[in-house]
Design a protein around this ligand. Sequence first.
Ligand code: GH3
Ligand code: MG
Ligand code: MG
Ligand code: MG
Length: 317
Amino acid sequence: YVIKNNERAVDMVITAVDRILANRHVRVLVVDDLASARQMLTELLRLQQFQVFEASTGSEAMGMLEAHPGIELVITDYNMPDMDGYELTRRIRRAHGSDRLRIIGISSSADRLLSASFLKAGANDFVYRPFVVEELQCRIGHNVETLSQLRQLRLAAFSDYLTGLRNRRHFFDEGPAKVASCLEQGLPCSMAMLDIDHFKKLNDTYGHEIGDRVLKAVATRLQALTEDTDYLLARLGGEEFGLLLNGLDSVAASEFCEMIRQNIADLKVALDDNDISVTASIGIAEVGGLENFSNYLNAADQFLYFAKRYGRNRVYS
Ligand code: GH3
Ligand code: MG
Ligand code: MG
Ligand code: MG
C-alpha cells in the first residue's frame, strides 16, 4: 500500500530490483574447504541472483577460473589444506588483473593481521567471520559496481563518440596482433583505408550537422557489412576509416572493398526534402614484408591517394 502511493518508494524498489537483476550476469566463485561454510555463502549469493561456482581447494579454484573465464568475483576462505586463500590470491593475481576480477578474502581466524596480508597479496576486500550479512552484501556490491564502471570506461576509451565504431586507439591496439597472427599462419592479410569523397563540399553545402549524419550512416553501413566477419574496422579520424582484412590477399580484398564501395554509393541519407548520396574511395595494401603496423596503413593511404587521383569512387590496390 505504501509503495503504491509513494513514487519515491516505487523508484527505490525499482532501483533495488534492477541492481539485483543485473547480478544475474555476474559469475562468482566461492572457495572454501568447509562444505557448510561454502553452502551458506552460496545460498546468500544465489538469493542475490548471482551465478555461483564452488571450489573446495585452491587448485580446484584455479581450474575453475581457467574453465570459466567469465568469473568476475572470487570469495575465498583463508584456511585451506593444500593452498591457503592468501597463496590462492597471489596466484590468481599473476594471471588476472583487478580491473577484471575482484577478490574478497574471508576467514574466522583470530589473526587481526590477516586482512592486511590478503590486501597486500592482491585481494580487493576482506571480512572476518562471523560477518554481518548486510556488510558483506555491500562489499560485494561495491566490487561489482567498480567492475561495471571499469567496463564502461574501457568501452568509452576504445569507441568513437560520433559513430559508435571502434576508434583509432583500438585499431592500433588490436591490429598488430591480428597481422602477426596471419603472418604466423601463412595467411594473407590486407589493409584497407576508406575516405569519403568531397566531404568538405558536403559540409559546406549542407552544414556540419548533416555532415555528421552522413558520417554516421556510412559508419553504420560499414559496420553492417563487416559484422559477420573477423575483420577489424575503425574510424581513424575525420571521414577516414580503417579496415584490416585478415585472410584476404589483395585480389580478394579488392573484391570485398568493391562491394563496400558500391554499397556506400547506393546509400541514401534522408533529409526533409531530398536524399543525399556520397561516394568513397578505398586504398588497399597487402600486408607482408614491412615490420611496422603503421607502415601498412601508410601504404594503404598511398593507394588511396591514387584512387582519388584517378577519379574517386573507386578501389585501388
Ligand atoms: P577528398 O575527396 O579528397 O577526400 O576530399 P574531402 O573534402 O573529403 O577531403 P578533406 O580531407 O579535404 O576534407 C575532409 C573534411 O571532413 C574536412 C572536415 O571538415 C570534415 N570532417 C572531419 N571530421 C568531421 C566530423 O566529425 N564531422 C563532420 N561533419 N565533418 C568532418
Ligand atoms: Mg577453511
Ligand atoms: Mg580525408
Ligand atoms: Mg575525403
